[in-house]
Design a binder for this molecule. Sequence first.
Ligand code: 6GU
Length: 231
Amino acid sequence: MRLDLITIFPEYFAALQLSLIGKAITDDLVQVGVRDLRDYTHDVHRSVDDTPYGGGAGMVMKPEPWGEALDAVLAEAPQRPVLVVPSPSGVPFNQGIAEELSHQSHIVFACGRYEGIDHRVIEWAKQRFDVRELSLGDYVLNGGEVAALAMIEAVVRLLPGVLGNPDSLVEESYAVATDGLLEYPVYTKPASWRGLDVPEVLLSGHHGKVAQWRAEQSRNLTAARRPDLLG
Ligand code: 6GU
């Protein structure tokens, strides 16, 4: 999988060198390219934003640097890439979308700042990319970088060979905050810690009862915290 990131803060993506994703990059399962949007400006101030037509607060990202940066990505793209535009106005990102994206060979992330990118960039991009405007949730971040990092982590961990233990993916399909339920609580040794004991059933060695207890915990937790997941 190839990932291209366009941003005015390339340093954010140093985090991709860490942990499982860093290993996936070292192992060449993922190729990452980070482009500084300001490299596609031509004025002395390297400006990427301007005041909004129609008035209002804040600044809007100018279309020209975005056009040139996206042209540069396309010039090296063998086929039509996906363009993810992180935005609080996007479709809510979830595990199903992460799964879909994990089957793509080339994803470009357009990380906007300020009040967003001139809308013509999105319109233009639809001719050359499969555009997905995606939101992490109902809160406001200062820019798309942190959102892109979260989405990349959710996608890359699904790639074959990235997780040490693929069983953990199978477990998740039955208990995760997606189309399923929330995960049951987990415990490890010691069996007693600061006066708190691990639930007896987990020490019983009775796999049927353990499975039943976990299913019940998942159901109760989901009902309490995420009743929207219970149909
Ligand atoms: Cl994807 N971007 C920004 N800027 N803010 C957000 C978001 C994305 N998701 C939630 N808030």
